[in-house]
Design a protein around this ligand. Structure first.
Ligand code: TRP
Length: 473
């Protein structure tokens, strides 16, 4: 029995199981058409049958491709949080565990695959670059179809990157940079084009903000994104409010997606209710559209078959489960994904850093002094109450936010390991650990501020103008 059995509280929802089945059906078809060894096909068919059985048990209905579970059987992915259950969706990330969300469980629940050592080694081999620390340290921990992307790349079939940001305020914090830092590395390592969606429309629909404010935030946020070092010849940044109206091909894809996803389906995935405005209900199609290369004719010359890879935080996965489900039905390849963990709040890994709580975040505009104060005052410590106890029993790096931040930003693996050992043994005190973090963050953020100052209106305009990019296929 697969793990979805049970009362539905801690297990998989009908919609999640439906997605798993749809993926497994595609797997079986791919194996058959590749004339894979009989044993592999048999194993895949076996799993498919098992999933179908689970589906029947869970929903009372037979699985049918293209028909998501019906109203009565759909329990929402993001319904009320059960005790002990991590909540992870595009709007909420919380857990009762001080070490943070259980990411291995999330892989099982979402039906994605673990980024294991073998995949990290392959990325190094294929790109010819040392793996980024986010890969070496399990920060990008989950994926969909990365092996296919690498197989094709080895055969000179390139791909493009797609990521995004919802511009809900002018102030970005450090957590917001994680996907962009990594995407920049991927762009350089594989020498590929990148599109960045700024969902000013999404923020208008979800927040109490005016259209003009959302659009202004999009342009302001673009400056911070550009300051991460993207190559203007290979990067297109767009605001939905501008690009939707300017690109007939983009809008055609939005409509195609809208036609192939039912209200019932998005309700199951996103938890929309009858009182949500219709803008929210159709928005997922707009976040899905950049996954298809012919949404950008100026870059891909009308080709619809260029593979897309999406680096994003795991909370965005529901959008792309939906995207991967519709893709084959409208004749497009499914986007591949690389998922990151969350960037913990200063107060602890029970929740992620949030821009709306100033004390939970270190902002990209903070001064060296503010950084020092926030870390010293608010960073949750895994140390002991007294120096004597700390020396005697040692600290716990697994719940210590300063140590967690160092795993994100300290480049040197050996130095990080030494800090971990010394903190665990009690040789390193909390104040000393915090000092290392402060001295790592201050120059990083000052350098970001310097680079952002160099970004002129003219530079922003260049990045945001639809135009051909340097791309050979
Ligand atoms: N919805 C995302 C947010 O609120 C923004 C976004 C749009 C995005 N497209 C994306 C994020 C693709 C990651 C990948 O932040």
């Amino acid at each position: 029995m697969t793990e979805c059995q049970g009362d539905g509280a801690g297990g998989i929802t009908p919609m999640e199981l439906y997605h798993k089945l749809s993926e497994q059906g595609d797997n079986v078809r791919a194996l058959k058409s590749d004339k894979a060894p009989k044993a592999d096909v048999d194993a895949a068919v076996q799993l498919l049958l098992q999933l179908k059985l689970d589906y029947k048990l869970l929903t009372g209905n037979d699985y049918k491709q293209g028909s998501p579970p019906t109203e009565a059987s759909v329990t929402q992915d993001n319904g009320p949080q059960e005790d002990g259950e991590d909540q992870v969706d595009p709007w909420n990330v919380t857990t009762s565990n001080a070490k943070g969300v259980d990411y291995d469980k999330l892989i099982v629940r979402f039906g994605s695959s673990k980024v294991d050592q073998e995949l990290v080694d392959r990325i190094e081999k294929v790109s010819g670059q040392r793996a980024h620390r986010f890969l070496r340290r399990g920060i990008f921990f989950s994926h969909r179809d990365m092996h296919q992307v690498l197989d094709a790349y080895e055969k000179q079939k390139s791909f493009y990157l797609y990521t995004g940001r919802g511009p809900s305020s002018e102030a970005l914090h450090m957590g917001h940079l994680i996907p962009f830092i990594f995407t920049k590395w991927l762009q350089d390592a594989f020498d590929i084009p990148l599109v960045i969606q700024l969902t000013d429309d999404e923020k208008y629909l979800w927040k109490d903000l005016s259209l003009e404010d959302c659009h202004r935030y999009a342009v302001e946020n673009a400056k911070d994104i550009i300051a991460c070092g993207f190559d203007v010849d290979k990067t297109f940044i767009f605001s939905d409010l501008d690009y939707m109206g300017a690109s007939p091909d983009f809008y055609r894809n939005v409509v195609k997606i809208q036609k192939h996803v039912t209200f019932n389906q998005v309700k199951g995935i996103f938890g929309f209710t009858d009182s949500d405005c219709i803008g929210k209900i159709s928005f997922p199609a707009i976040q899905a559209a950049p996954s298809f290369s012919n949404s950008f004719p100026q870059i891909f010359k009308g080709r619809k078959d260029v593979q897309c890879l999406i680096p994003c935080a795991i909370d965005q996965d529901p959008y792309f489960r939906m995207t991967r489900d519709v893709a084959p039905r409208i004749g497009y390849p499914k986007p591949a994904l690389l998922h990151s963990t969350f960037f913990p709040a200063l107060q602890g890994a029970q929740t992620k850093m949030s821009a709306s709580d100033a004390n939970s975040s270190i902002f990209l505009t903070d001064t060296p002094k503010q950084i020092k104060n926030k870390v010293n005052k608010h960073a949750f410590s895994g140390g002991r109450d007294t120096v004597e106890d700390h020396r005697k029993f040692g600290g716990n790096p697994d719940v210590d936010v300063s140590f967690m931040y160092l795993t994100f930003f300290l480049e040197d693996d050996e130095q990080l390991e030494k800090i971990r050992q010394d903190y665990t043994s009690g040789a390193l005190l909390t104040g000393e650990l915090k000092k290392i973090l402060i001295e790592t963050l201050q120059p990083m953020i000052t350098a970001h501020q310097e680079r952002r100052k160099q970004v002129t209106e003219e530079t922003v305009r260049k990045f945001m103008t639809p135009r051909p990019l340097n791309f050979q296929y």
